[in-house]
Design a protein around this ligand. Structure first.
Ligand SMILES: [Zn+2]
Length: 267
């Protein structure tokens, strides 16, 4: 199976926050698709309770609506002059979080990979890896989901992740082993990004969406060694592409709604 089917979300390399400072007004002409993506990410974030709380603390003394203040701040500090490349919605999302340090830590997942070497029996704990949720390849999700009898979304994610092997630390051993991912602290928000090939048919998209679930238990994806009894995460909102624009689907007042531009559609 393809080990790249699921990856941890890492911080973006590029510091977009500084990139606008030297651009002229003409160069700063914003790309409509990119702005649409920003708006829908903001819409999506606004559905997360903790985000609203942290965010209000920053803007409580301002007279303008906090959402507008934040949008203007991000428009001025993000690079939004070029169309988003395929699957770069996540990168934009991470750049937004980088500009909001009060919120960033709530999305962090600190994972340690542990295993016992199958050949030399040595116990190993690899250095911790900090990520911001996981990226799942949509094609792999469809394939795994169709192959296994148990089709729970969280089980599929666990199986995909189990297929990534790591090299034994002991000198001369050379064995690659399956590892168990261990976390001690729960992120406030667990982010899952779907990576598309961009040649999917409507049938493929339907199969992918059918494999998703609105609730997952993080302890089914990795081993949780903390004290909290509350390890379930419920889907609150998501941003996704819609032609050359973006939309946001959110769970609101016990129903699903779709935001598209300034419009809101109740399903
Ligand atoms: Zn070994």
């Amino acid at each position: 199976m393809d080990p790249s089917a699921v990856q941890e979300v890492k911080k973006p390399d590029q510091d977009l926050s500084a990139s606008n400072t030297e651009e002229s007004d003409e160069e700063k002409k914003l790309n409509a698709t990119c702005v649409s993506a920003l708006d829908m990410i903001l819409e999506s974030l606004s559905k997360i309770r903790f985000f609203l709380n942290a965010y209000w603390l920053d803007y409580v003394n301002h007279s303008a609506p906090p959402k507008e203040i934040l949008r203007t701040f991000l428009l001025n500090n993000l690079s939004l002059t070029h169309p988003l490349e395929a699957n770069h919605l996540l990168k934009l999302f991470l750049n937004i979080l980088e500009l909001l340090p009060r919120c960033y830590s709530h999305f962090e997942v600190d994972e340690v990979a542990k295993t016992i070497c199958f050949r030399c029996k040595m116990n190993m704990a690899y250095s911790s890896q900090r990520s911001y949720g996981i990226i799942v390849n949509a094609d792999s999700l469809r394939v795994y989901n169709s192959v296994f009898v148990i089709r729970a979304f969280e089980t599929t994610l666990k199986i995909i992740r189990l297929n990534v092997k790591m090299l034994c630390d002991k000198e001369g051993c050379g064995k690659r082993n399956y590892v168990q991912r261990v976390i001690n602290n729960l992120p406030t928000v667990f982010t899952i990004a779907l990576q598309w090939e961009n040649n999917e048919t409507s049938c493929d998209i339907f199969s992918t969406v059918a494999a998703l679930e609105t609730e997952i238990c993080i302890s089914a994806i990795c081993r949780y060694e903390g004290d909290s009894l509350y390890t379930k995460y419920r889907l609150v909102s998501m941003a996704c592409s819609h032609g050359d624009q973006y939309n946001c689907i959110a769970y609101e007042n016990s129903r699903w709604v779709r935001y598209f531009g300034s419009e809101k559609e109740v399903n």
